[in-house]
Design a binder for this molecule. Structure first.
Ligand SMILES: Nc1nc2c(ncn2[C@@H]2O[C@H](COP(=O)(O)OP(=O)(O)O)[C@@H](O)[C@H]2O)c(=O)[nH]1
Ligand SMILES: [Mg+2]
Length: 318
């Protein structure tokens, strides 16, 4: 295959919106391949133009179904769509491949929709950085909107949501204590709330809980709207997209959009530095030497700071 890992060729294909090129480029960043840097260098100037929407919430809330519906609505409005699914709760490291594929099947043959699950393990610079690069690749490929589905469970996921321009938090009736549990992490970052499965009992109770919580919090002049949806039967999805667009417009006029993007770049810079350094250390430090350092740490003869200093000194970075 001539495409192989030729960064120039892959980047050109990405910029032309070629599906194979996009897939290969994302694989490179996913696998932390050295060629990823060259691809990013070529495509980055063309990125940053998509509306990036993060969709997060507990497993089973209907996020994939909702993303599928949103993609449908956006396509009917002639918008091209990139979808990234990050689901570490899936038994497959590649996200909820099976479930997501089935639920997003309606777009399988549409060249205006690119769907990708991110592997959730083995990222030196963190999953958030890899996902950030994937978003940039999709944006550079010309997608008008990038939808990023994450499970709202861990720090990684909270960080990923932070890479979106608009964060949508999906809740469902009958969660009970989970609203409470989610509060600590993702509730504060919600720009728009969705109460999905509005066909079920208890919708109004969830709405009331969110409202009660919002009354206690500060949201920088913007009170996140609460949209009820039934993703399964495509209800409320237009209202959701309108709410997202309204937030985007408000964020642009208030300066929040610029600030969010800058914070995102700041985190991306930090995580990219971290991953570059770790990769270099990994390459420069022979396994045997690393083992002997770990042995000395295990016997408490060497503390972590001292061990790190030894490694950095060995690399001429002390
Ligand atoms: N009753 C009902 N079920 C839904 C709705 N939306 C999604 N589901 C179902 O909920 C289950 C989980 O959906 P999925 O999209 O995979 O959730 P995810 O884990 O958040 O991505 C699936 O069986 C869906 O068909 C809804 O609005 N109402
Ligand atoms: Mg899902």
């Amino acid at each position: 295959l001539p495409l192989k890992n030729d960064p120039g060729l892959i980047a050109d294909l990405v910029l032309r919106g070629d599906v194979r090129g996009i897939a290969r480029a994302i694989s490179l960043v996913e696998d932390d391949r050295p060629e990823a840097a060259a691809v990013l260098a070529r495509v980055f100037p063309a990125s940053g133009r998509s509306l990036v929407i993060g969709i997060t919430g507990p497993p089973g809330a209907g996020k994939s179904t909702l993303v599928d519906r949103m993609a449908g609505h956006l396509r009917r409005a002639d918008q091209s769509v990139g979808i990234i699914a990050v689901d570490p709760t899936s038994p497959f490291t590649g996200g909820a491949i099976l479930g997501d594929r089935i639920r997003m099947q309606s777009h399988a043959t549409d060249p205006g929709v690119f769907i990708r699950s991110m592997a959730t393990r083995g990222h030196l610079g963190g999953l958030a950085a890899a996902t950030g690069h994937a978003i940039d690749i999709l944006s550079a490929s010309g997608k008008d909107v990038v939808l990023v589905e994450t499970v709202g469970v861990g720090q990684d996921e909270v960080e990923i949501v932070g890479t979106a321009d608009v964060s949508v938090v999906v809740l469902v009736p009958g969660l009970g204590d989970e609203v409470q549990a989610l509060k600590a992490g993702i509730m504060e970052i919600a720009d728009v709330f969705v109460v999905n499965k509005a066909d079920r009992e208890g919708v109004d109770r969830v709405v009331a809980e969110i409202q009660a919580m919002l009354s206690l919090s500060m949201h920088e002049g913007h009170v996140p709207p609460i949209v009820k949806t039934v993703a399964a039967s495509d209800q409320g999805v237009d209202a959701l997209i309108s709410a997202v667009r309204d937030f985007r417009a408000w964020a642009a006029s208030s300066g929040v959009f610029e600030r969010k993007r800058r914070e995102h770049l700041d985190r991306l810079l930090s995580s990219t530095i971290t991953s570059s350094l770790l990769a270099r250390v990994g390459a420069a430090l022979p396994a045997a030497e690393r083992d002997s350092l770990l042995d000395r740490m295990a016997s408490r003869a060497l503390d972590p700071y001292a061990a790190a200093a030894l490694v950095l000194a060995r690399m001429g970075m002390s």
